[in-house]
Write a protein that binds this ligand. Sequence first.
Ligand code: SAH
Length: 257
Amino acid sequence: MSERRLPSWVARSAQGAPPASARSVQPRPAQPGAVPMPSGLGLDSAAVRARMVQRLAASGLKSAAVLEAMGGVERHRFVDSALVNQAYEDTSLPIGLGQTISKPSVVARMIELLLDCDAARDGRGRVLEIGTGCGYQAAVLARVTREVYSIERLRGLHEKARNNLRPWRLANVHLIFGDGMLGYAGGAPYAGIISAAGGENMPDAWCEQLAVGGRLIAPMVVAPGRQALLVIDKSSYGFTQSVLEAVNFVPLKSGIA
Ligand code: SAH
């Protein structure tokens, strides 16, 4: 294993908050004048994120909106403090209860695909995310689309996401505790549906709750032990499906826990 050097902003966070002038994109304070989260990550965290965005662009990600959103969301605030030094590497990370946050390149790729359809283009539509996890992808989606409904079946993670997102007070993100295999009728029809968990079959509810002109992106099992990214487009004539690259997501499970 190669030795990892801590980014300088991690080292600095251990010594306390940097001067206010060094802070970059901060969560909105809960009350005027209040600083809602322990800080310590400032301009250097923005620089590390900017390098991540450069790598995403170099690897072929084209959407300016997605690149900007990836640069704007502080991924290090969504992972355990012990993993902060890996937050901007292109790697999936554990978020508790046996689940993982997807690697940035996969999050960005899926959102870029999601937005490339008639209903979701230009961020006009409502989007449903299956598998809120720690809330990171919901925060990215909130920057590129009008409204985000995100559903999680594990109460512990639903609450973790709520806590992680609270400081930003994102009025366009709705977190739901429930079984996403049933979709979420409350926000339907959706311009886009994006699943962060891989199932054996595409739940009917997802196709039903997709708007005409909308797009569904989900990892699905395509052969025993093999998942691929599926893209389903809904038109007034019906559905078309494309099978894209191999992926490796946590399993889609039914019921709540
Ligand atoms: N988008 C998340 C990634 C979470 S991993 C993030 O940014 O952190 C996938 C999540 O899907 C897990 O938290 C898992 O509990 C959840 N999941 C699996 N099956 C589900 C279902 N039927 N309904 C809702 N969430 C589900």
